[in-house]
Design a protein around this ligand. Structure first.
Ligand SMILES: NC(=O)c1ccc[n+]([C@@H]2O[C@H](COP(=O)([O-])OP(=O)(O)OC[C@H]3O[C@@H](n4cnc5c(N)ncnc54)[C@H](OP(=O)(O)O)[C@@H]3O)[C@@H](O)[C@H]2O)c1
Length: 278
């Protein structure tokens, strides 16, 4: 049995699908068990500590999503160790290793890595680059106007496809050989935001534009769009660093999976539907 926190998130859903397809038993943790629309063959558990404590019985490995577990991480790890869980795979961030963005965000990931390392469980850290899926935030603007208004258009990051992270996560959840590894997961090459908007345009057969606005304007627009309070600072802080120095690109996905990391162009094709229509 594998227990997935963040099961309704970008990575959690992919990991769940891969495990179910492989015939594994999965418990999906969500704050809203009745609204989560999870596959029928998945066991669903609420996120409250009591439910989690019993859901951890018989679990071999745990996927830990920091945003989803919030400040309950230490308690969850303690319960997991007590219940005999063997492994934990942590969705961490590449900024722990390479820096970039506001220090407080990297520090929070460093701190959860330390809690995982101290838990007594075998662990694997997936230090992820910015998810390609973060650019789904552009979808409403692209559908409505064909123009993305954003800051730091020349900032280049090697955004990573959620399928690559999920495939590595599944390997680490199932195979103890990945214990003690810190995997820096990125896409194949840094691309600017101009490049990414162009590639979405190619995927949907429409000419798109990127219009440069200030950091403050971009921040306000993201908040007005309903993104959580911390997200503009996370994203804009990292982009401001990568406007001066492109974000890292590693070959870790290829080393772990035996095939190259998926390019952003492929991610754009996979998600073309989100950018079409009005
Ligand atoms: N986005 C990036 O570029 C990036 C880069 C590096 C690392 N990460 C890490 O990767 C992890 C996985 O990201 P993800 O996008 O797949 O999913 P996520 O942000 O972890 O969210 C997954 C689920 O967590 C639950 N949740 C519980 N408390 C929440 C809260 N306060 N705010 C938002 N969601 C909350 C929600 O599910 P329910 O409503 O069903 O409970 C949500 O669907 C994150 O935890 C993040 O720390 C992200």
């Amino acid at each position: 049995m594998y227990l997935l926190t963040g099961s309704t998130g970008t990575i959690g859903r992919e990991v769940m699908k891969l495990l179910v397809d492989a015939g594994e038993e999965v418990t999906a943790v969500t704050r809203a068990p009745h609204a989560a629309k999870l596959p029928a063959d998945v066991r669903v558990a609420g996120a409250d500590p009591e439910t989690l404590a019993s859901a951890l019985e018989g679990v071999t490995a745990l996927l830990l999503a920091p945003r989803a577990v919030g400040d309950t991480a230490a308690e969850l790890l303690r319960l997991a160790a007590e219940r005999g869980v063997q492994r934990v795979v942590l969705l961490s961030a590449i900024t722990v290793e390479y820096g970039g963005g506001y220090e407080r965000f990297a520090a929070a990931f460093t701190s959860i890595e330390a809690a995982v390392a101290a838990s007594g469980l075998a662990w694997t850290f997936l230090r992820c680059a910015d998810f390609a899926a973060n650019t789904l935030a552009w979808a409403p603007q692209i559908r409505a106007t064909g123009t993305v208004r954003g800051a730091y258009g020349n900032a280049a990051t090697a955004s990573v496809h959620e399928r690559d992270i999920a495939e590595v996560a599944v390997r680490a959840l199932r195979d103890p050989a990945h214990a003690g590894r810190r995997y820096a997961l990125t896409g194949p090459q840094p691309l600017t935001q101009h490049d990414k908007v162009r590639l979405i345009g190619e995927a949907i057969g429409r000419r798109l534009a990127f219009q440069e606005i200030t950091h403050q304007q971009a921040r306000q627009a993201m908040l007005a769009q309903g993104l959580p309070e911390d997200v503009p600072d996370r994203m804009l802080g990292y982009l401001s660093t990568c406007a001066d120095q492109p974000g890292p690109a590693t070959d870790t996905v290829e080393r772990v999976l035996g095939r190259p990391a998926l390019p952003y162009a492929e991610w754009a094709i996979d998600h073309a539907d989100a950018f079409c229509g009005s």
